[in-house]
Design a protein around this ligand. Structure first.
Ligand code: FES
Length: 102
């Protein structure tokens, strides 16, 4: 049964960047994008990299390992070798805190 779970305060996010947050056994990436907050599983779908270690420009996250590119708002791959979309986690902001539906 999924529920809304508290994740992190907006004030604790790395502004305009990707912030790693662990919830239970899941490693998540919280993206402070130009279109708001988006959350995905942090692991790259191509290999064993944490996307939070990559370069983020407010829209796209570049994997630190092979420079695969994903749209952080949709999870869609945008440049090789990224081929599989990121698993996005439903997120919302309530009272200046990020919540995820997990
Ligand atoms: Fe991310 Fe290869 S591990 S592009």
């Amino acid at each position: 049964q999924k529920t809304w779970q508290d994740l992190i305060a907006l004030a604790d996010l790395e502004t305009g960047d990707a912030t790693p947050v662990t919830l239970g056994r899941r490693d998540l990436a919280v993206f402070d994008t130009v279109d708001g907050i988006f959350v995905s599983l942090a692991r790259c779908t191509h290999g064993a990299a944490n996307l939070c270690d990559g370069y983020f420009d407010g829209k796209y996250i570049e994997c630190p390992l092979h420079q695969g590119l994903f749209d952080a708002r949709t999870g869609q791959p945008r440049a090789a070798p990224a081929r599989i979309p990121l698993r996005m986690i439903k997120a919302r902001v309530v009272d200046s805190r990020v919540q995820v539906f997990l």
